[in-house]
Design a binder for this molecule. Structure first.
Ligand code: PMV
Length: 361
């Protein structure tokens, strides 16, 4: 699909008011997106597991207003006004306005909440932007009921991407691929697609326990981190590596070869952080406890042969990935050996989910 196809069709008469509510999950990348071109075009393709428990629920209520111009909205987080979130939403609305022109015709009340604890260090931008985009597409669908299902989801992902890159992977499907890749049919820089190849059933129920190592504010935001990939001495090699890792992943996902899966996923996580450490200015987002956990995971894996591995986001928290069949063993290991490295002993058991869902009010 091209950008042109995301321009709106002919709207029916605008309803006076209405409300849409959607819940969208977070996602965890296996092959990482790090580095972009304007506007939110990834420098390399990526792929992620969609999560289940970690999610944002957003309601958008809309009331027709007289003037047909300025953007107008209120924002409530956990039921309370949240002024400091507004500039980001305002920029997002300005950016997508051409594609959803009804934005200028209504006053919106956006109510949002996360399933995970506030300031847990879990980024809510992916699930938040995905949930908001689904609500907007829900409004659009009311105005254009004949819109095809695949266009609905592709455009939701397209809008979400313009809010926060990785958000485009939180719309539909349990494995989502984003970024044009010559060997992946229908892949696009503009939106995420459900991974089109065979995926072994072991991955359908894969578990992800998120160890909350550091809940504070990161010293360097993802936005700045992406920018530092411009003129980065290793950028070109890194981007090439991501392309070839997607090729390497194809037989691994089909066969369920966990040994090879672990090598690829852990290497991707450490490469992401190596890019941060070798940019100028350089920075480190891992904490001593992040490294303690990684070393304990390696030790546990070598002693027990249980296929437990880690991946990292742009932060100090650790995502532990393992098959459902090892749930009892791994959860005992986490409780007994890794919880001590988490802030206030906190961690979240999550697993592979299937995408955003509509909540009926
Ligand atoms: O979507 P952003 O701009 O917050 O970037 C996210 C980047 C990583 O989480 C580090 C990797 C990824 O692919 O999700």
């Amino acid at each position: 699909m091209t950008e042109k196809q995301f321009l709106p069709g002919n709207y029916l008469d605008l309803p006076k008011s209405g409300k849409a509510t959607w819940k969208a999950p977070s996602n965890i990348a296996l092959v990482k997106y790090w580095g972009k071109k304007p506007v939110q075009i990834p420098a390399n393709p990526s792929i992620s597991f969609t999560l289940d428990t970690c999610a944002t629920t957003t309601s958008v209520s809309f009331d027709k207003k007289e003037d047909n111009g300025a953007l107008s909205f209120d924002l409530l987080f956990d039921g309370k006004p949240k002024e400091d979130f507004k500039p980001k939403i305002h920029t997002f609305f300005e950016r997508i306005r051409e594609y959803v022109p009804f934005l200028g015709k209504y006053h919106f009340t956006i109510e949002t909440s996360n399933s995970f604890p506030h300031s847990s260090g879990i980024a809510s931008s992916a699930s938040g932007m995905a949930a908001l985009s689904m609500c907007l597409m829900d409004v659009e669908k009311t105005l254009n009921p004949s819109m095809a299902e695949n266009l609905f989801h592709a455009k939701a992902s397209y809008l979400a991407r313009l809010g926060s890159g990785s958000a485009c992977r939180s719309i539909k499907g349990s494995m989502v691929q984003w970024g044009a890749h010559e060997n992946i049919p229908n892949s696009s820089d503009l939106y995420g697609i459900e991974y089109p190849f065979e995926v072994n059933s072991v991955f359908n129920t894969f578990c992800d326990t998120i160890l909350l190592v550091h809940k504070g504010q990161k010293q360097v935001s993802s936005t700045v981190g992406h920018q530092l990939m411009h003129n980065h001495p290793y950028a070109d090699n890194r981007f090439q590596q991501a392309f070839s890792n997607l090729d390497r992943l194809k037989p691994i996902l089909a066969s369920g070869d966990l040994e090879e899966f672990i090598k690829l996923v852990e290497s991707e996580a450490l490469t992401l952080h190596a890019m941060m450490m070798t940019s100028m200015p350089y920075f480190i987002l891992m904490k001593p406890d992040t490294l303690e956990i990684i070393n304990k995971v390696w030790e546990y894996r070598s002693e027990t042969k249980i296929p437990l591995c880690f991946t990292l986001d742009a932060g100090a928290n650790v995502h532990l990935l393992y098959p459902l069949s090892e749930k009892e063993n791994v959860r005992k290991f986490i409780k007994d050996n890794l919880a001590e490295h988490c802030e206030n002993g906190q961690y979240i058991h999550d697993g592979v989910g299937s995408g955003a869902i509509k909540i009926n009010s």
